[in-house]
Design a protein around this ligand. Structure first.
Ligand code: GUN
Length: 296
């Protein structure tokens, strides 16, 4: 039986709709408008596209978007000073510094200067520590999006075997912590893992976040498993540039029970979860109940 295709584009639209509804309520009941500040240093074309898209969707949800575009030559001290101003600005509830930063700037220092309560990327070391110890935190957007889709797809995640392929700080590690928090039995696999295919074939939930185009083929997939493909890789095929995931979609979909496509799977969920995190940060900052179904 062919796998069910998990439609991330439709799912993200629903998340944005929920966010917009709650933003309207915050405004009506409390006179509050969530504000997201996005900081872009330099002119990386891919980053510019992301930032434009973030700004547009933020405004469409009824929130305020503050864009700070800085020259590639901006000093680390000037960037830290901007973050300090945004930390102190009561109209700003979320701060995102687009990565990567130019080489002369210490990324860890910049991220750890953001007020953890405004760290809507969930990259600050305090949020990493809170998530790692199962406490309430800001959660990185891509793994949060994956978790929302998994929760919608399974009545319960408790006791399921989950294999996360990839150990990055942005996806692999937080994804594993989130699945552990939902009582999965979690294994993190990586480039040195022995007999990866056999390990993956034991997974009820298989999350691919390795950054290697179409590496996970059907023989890595347990029949009926849910496969979440976080990869976004540009490849040349038949003289054209094509976007593919870390999963070989055709062979994996022939075995899986459900699978996310690329594009249109995890990708659209990342910005939707950024908006959800901005709403969550606004509610927490004002002592209000957190939005239901939009947090980990
Ligand atoms: N660059 C690529 N993805 C991301 C992301 O999720 N957050 C930030 N801050 N930068 C990125």
């Amino acid at each position: 039986m062919a796998a069910e295709i998990i439609d991330g584009k439709a799912f993200a639209a629903k998340v944005r709709e929920k966010v917009a509804t709650q933003v309207a309520r915050l405004k009506a009941d409390h006179g509050l408008v969530p504000g997201l500040a996005v900081v872009l240093v330099g002119e990386d074309p891919a980053s510019q596209v992301y930032v434009r898209s973030k700004g547009k969707q933020t405004v469409e949800c009824g929130m305020n978007s503050y864009e700070h575009k800085l020259e590639a030559t901006t000093s680390e001290a000037d960037l830290l000073a901007l973050i300090a101003r945004l930390n102190a600005d009561a109209a700003v509830h979320g701060i995102l510094v687009q990565l990567p930063l130019p080489g002369h700037i210490n990324e860890d220092l910049v991220i750890n200067t953001i007020d953890p309560a405004k760290d809507v990327d969930g990259f600050h070391i305090s949020n990493v520590g809170l998530l790692g110890t199962g406490q309430k935190s800001m959660v990185p957007c891509t793994p949060l999006g994956c978790l929302m889709m998994l929760r919608a797809h399974h009545a319960s995640l408790s006791g399921l075997n989950a294999v996360v392929v990839g150990r990055s700080n942005i996806v692999g590690k937080p994804m594993a912590n989130l699945l552990l928090k939902d009582s999965c039995t979690v294994t993190i696999a990586h480039s040195r893992t022995k007999d990866l295919a056999a390990l993956c074939r034991g997974a009820d939930i298989l999350v691919a976040a390795v950054g290697r185009p179409e590496m996970i083929t059907g023989d890595y997939v347990k029949p009926g498993a849910t496969v979440i493909d976080v990869g976004i890789n540009r490849i040349e095929r038949d003289g054209k540039t094509k976007l593919v995931g870390d999963v070989d979609f055709a062979s994996a979909a022939a075995v899986a029970g459900a699978i996310t496509p690329v594009p249109g799977g995890v990708g659209p969920m990342t910005i939707a979860c950024l908006l959800a995190n901005t709403l969550t940060a606004t509610c927490r900052a004002n002592g209000l109940a957190e939005p239901e179904g939009l947090t980990a």
